[in-house]
Design a protein around this ligand. Sequence first.
Ligand SMILES: Cc1ncc(COP(=O)(O)O)c(C=O)c1O
Length: 449
Amino acid sequence: MENIIELDRRYIWHPFTNLKKQDQLPLKNIVRGEGFYVYDEDGNKYMDAIGSWWSSIHGHRHPRIVKAIKEQLDILDHIHFAGNTHKWAVELAKRILEILGNGFTKAFYSDDGSTAVEVALKIAYQYFLNKEEERNLFISLSGAYHGDTIGSIALGNIDEYHKIFKPFIFKTIHIPAPYCYRCPVGKKKGNCNFECLDNLIKVLKENKGKIAGIFIEPLFQGASGFIVYPKEYLEQLYNIVKDIDKDILIIFDEVATGFGRTGEMFAFKHLSFSPDIIALAKGLGGGPLTIGMTCVKDFIYQTFENGKYPYLYHGHTYTANPIVARSGIESLNIFEEENLIDKVKEKSKYFRKKIFEYFSDLKFVGDIRQIGLIGALELIYKDGKRDLTPEENWIVYREVYKTGFKYGVMLRPLWNVVYFIPYLHITYAEIDKLFEATRKTLIEVYSNF
Ligand SMILES: Cc1ncc(COP(=O)(O)O)c(C=O)c1O
């Protein structure tokens, strides 16, 4: 048989990959996965530190998820979802809405995180039309990432990903994110009154009656560098919005934060308020399969039932696929029957203690961030006194990626941020193993440059 890597290079165009040959990272041919581990064609075993792009909540091939999928294949594989329904879509939606509580009454299915965000955008815009108001401005945070479709990149604010598309995306307003390690308004971490929100006050006052919604990745911004931030920021943001323009919809993108990652089933459960719309994906399908869901509170749905625009023009071929829905239901069963959230909460304490123990003494680790079972290390120059230059950044990124394999860990840094988002069933011993391997990786990379 021909070499898979060679065939891949011949036929495939990979996501998030620089096609300039010299910049290409080595490709791994992964042949099997089990629990925390994936295996390559040479039989090497790697810890999946980033949970297969943050989706693998129960680990690879969790036996209950595998069984549910196999059973479902013998019953119903797929059916289009306009004019049809099935019990698996209904059960998954019902149970998610019950967990969300707080007045969420309807779930709209889509395919993935980006489409769940697109649906949220459309609903928010159309909601105001139904109230006979024209609001077409949205706010999001600096460094925001909400997916890769045109609507979601309009909300996004990572130059590397979004800048070249600026000329043909719709205008959004970005307010400073609470990136406390590099405070956007020059304050010190833990010693401020969230002055970064002053800009929001200005924006709301200047655009009163024009803003439809504010999109937020609650408590941690993923793709911009795993920026974990205090819940007080969101509490204050909520009060400001309600004070100045209470009709603005608060929309949480919990595509990455949902399903236990932060130590609660959803990140908003850490807060004293709930959003009006929530976008879900990744863990929603239990890990191996893709599905998206946008949930709304009843007052939003009512405007569609009773307003001028009752028809939401959106629907993907694989909407509410029964196999994924069944896998998602089994995932919720695992959460419930194994008290998984309680276990994650308990393990998070250990994870927190250990991430500081393993990495605090390394001069080139500028900042350590953690929430739940999510952790990140922001790397700087080896003397700890300055940031990496863009060229050094690239070297560190590439070398961490490559060297990790030597120590049995599959890392994929976000430039100078090495992050961990492992499966929720990670054992205490595996936490140590993960940090130990990463520490060795970083020391080796930094000793060579
Ligand atoms: C917060 C957030 N929103 C949306 C998305 C897009 O999800 P998908 O890749 O499933 O389209 C991601 C993906 O990482 C994400 O982190």
